[in-house]
Design a protein around this ligand. Sequence first.
Ligand code: PBG
Length: 308
Amino acid sequence: MRRLTAETRVHAAELILPVFVREGIRQPQPIPSMPGVVQHSLDSLRAAVSEAAEAGVGGVMLFGVPEVRDAVGSGATARDGILNVATRAVVAEVGDAVVVQTDLCLDEFTDHGHCGVLDDSGRVDNDATLERYRDMALAQAEAGSQLLGLSGMMDGQVAAVRDALDAGGFVDTAVLAYAAKYASAFYGPFRDAVDSQLRGDRRSYQQDPANGREGRREARLDLEEGADVLMVKPASSYLDVLAGIAALSDIPVWAYQVSGEYSMVEAAAAHGWIDRERAVLETLTSIRRAGADAVLTYWAVEAARWSR
Ligand code: PBG
């Protein structure tokens, strides 16, 4: 009876697996602050995305970890940059079975670790960054990415990327707007995962955790600029924002269950303090219940199997 009357389900097709691929390694490297998650080599990445497709997940989101970084994040737009190389490999492997998505942001590729380029005073230069995002969009679309994940939180990034894609003939490449992305402590383990060079924080471009109305405004702007999907991030601490955006949006709304949300449950479960499987499913169910049509989660493959 409970199964029949449940209002919310967690289904494999609505789960998206984020994956990290690191340039220049032969063997996958464990990420200490994210037990069970690795930086992949190109070979182990191919195997991981095949496994994810086999489990029935709806998509994979690729993050690249380059060997060399510079001030403008050249590796992000280079045809042989690790993310673009990996995208080609993943599209060839599973491009017909899952939606192949790429992180469109400079932070993994810059030597200062910011999501954009800096001006002379060391501040992130919003409009100069948009030029880099346009080039990055073309490089990723050309590599075969089907959905570009705009996680940099620059103003006007959705319009700039949409315009570049259309002008370049990539009319079918879709845009996932991280509409409301908060400056969160819960990204901590991710910074290990991508060897982030960041000192300081991202509060000049990510949202203030105190502000829900501002998050909804960001979502409306991204809708007007031509986003195909809106996302809220992190998930669990922002369920109110998620519900608010789900209520105003007429396009899909997703949520990103971020690294810190993953690691907290894993750490507590490793101590035997909580029941791991129940806790994972409860978090995912809550995020779906609050209004997410799909969820990015490091548990995507495991949860997809449980849901069968
Ligand atoms: C930026 C980006 C971040 C995450 C996804 N994209 C890091 C940040 O904004 O500092 C975090 C994801 C996670 O914590 O799991 N490219």
